[in-house]
Write a protein that binds this ligand. Sequence first.
Ligand code: EZ4
Ligand code: CO
Length: 403
Amino acid sequence: MKIIDAKVIVCSPGRNFVTLKLITDQGIYGLGDATLNGRELAVASYLQDHLLPCLIGRDPFQTEDIWQYFYKGSYWRRGPVTMSAIAAIDVALWDIKAKSLNVPLYQLLGGKSREKVLVYCHANGTDTAHTIEEVQKHVEMGYQAIRIQSGIPGIRSAYGVAGKGERYEPAGRGLLPKVTEWSTEKYLNFLPGLFAEVRKAFGDDLLLLHDAHHRLTPIEAARLGKELEPFKLFWLEDAVTAELQEGFRLIRKHTVTPLAVGEVFNSIYDCQQLITEQLIDYIRMTIVHGGGISPLLKLAHLAELYHVRTGFHGATDLSPVTMGTALHFDLAIHNFGIQEHMPHDETTESVFSHAYYFEDGFMYPGDVAGHGVDIDENLAEKYPYQPAYLPVNRKEDGTLFNW
Ligand code: EZ4
Ligand code: CO
């Protein structure tokens, strides 16, 4: 079998996505996601101009050699643009392999280690009362694990919160990023009270998560982790920025609140110390930004040795192709923890058909051959790329801060 053609499809059905289609001489094709929020065209060019010409004529079953060819062979390693491009190729190749063998992708990754995939959703409100309403809504939908974010008194805009009645979407359309506002002091003073109210309203069984979105220093995160201990979080996510992996040692010394990190990581070397020193509990680096299935399998197996479980990123800027692929991965690996599920809007769903589905708090990848996600290219053409960016964040005095 040979790859004879490759196409990069950039579209914006509700939000921007970059999708790679690899076509073989036997009529079988595979799809991969190459979406990097706010940097979509850079990845599209990296694929189109630099990688795809080298793929024509290759045997799609050689997933490992092709991965190494683009990783080691480029000389310039790592980085989100490079790794998202390689991921798209890798996922499309695994899709082709599974389709050719006529098996669902999870069969190639170890087979079923479980029957269904535990997912968490997002409940976000403008204040405590609204957040509790949103939690209630998601409990009624069957979710057993819920990430909780809320507006903070005295701050104009908080991370992860939509306007009342609107859907939360991280990227905003337009040529300039939106600017949000931040105060660590107000946040730290508010958050424990929010979780106290949520626990009081919903009891102990509901799994609760929270994303601090890289906004704290290690000692601030230690304080927050300690103050949240009575409310037994499933995890505290992205407590600090993680370029400095040993920052997590300090948090760990002070709190037993479980820690998750990694949605911006793109290499196993971004988290090898976090894993081998057991400084975290969940690793969030996911298939699209981490270079694909091939390296993520290595990461999951390394993490398994150190009691670290997976909790893959699954926001709307990861396309349905990544969601479907992640669900096969989650079903197969032994040290799966939880999967983020932020449903795509109807326009996205109309362009990407998929075999995966949600039922009673769990997701299922479906049993069709491959990863089970397809794209309607004619419909995709009706939604051309539109510039859109993640926000930037400033403290109340104007200092640029982590978003
Ligand atoms: O920052 O999707 O856990 N989810 C998140 C998201 C991400 C955006 C950007 O990739 O933190 O809001
Ligand atoms: Co996050």
